[in-house]
Write a protein that binds this ligand. Structure first.
Ligand SMILES: [Zn+2]
Length: 54
């Protein structure tokens, strides 16, 4: 029925949003020097601080 289709639509939409994240913001490593990030901050932990570069 219509309700089931809506649930499938919403869950697939959520899964797309969950996986549609810029790799640059989720990487554990500095894209400049390759240093492993030890600190993450920001509302979604999307920001990183590199000890070598900062
Ligand atoms: Zn770095």
């Amino acid at each position: 029925g219509q309700l089931d289709e809506r649930i499938v639509y919403l869950s697939s939409k959520n899964s797309i949003e969950t996986h549609d994240v810029n790799p640059a913001y989720t990487s554990q490593y500095c894209p400049i020097c390759g240093q492993h990030f030890e600190e993450r901050y920001g509302n979604h932990h999307e920001l990183t601080k590199c000890k070598k570069c900062s």
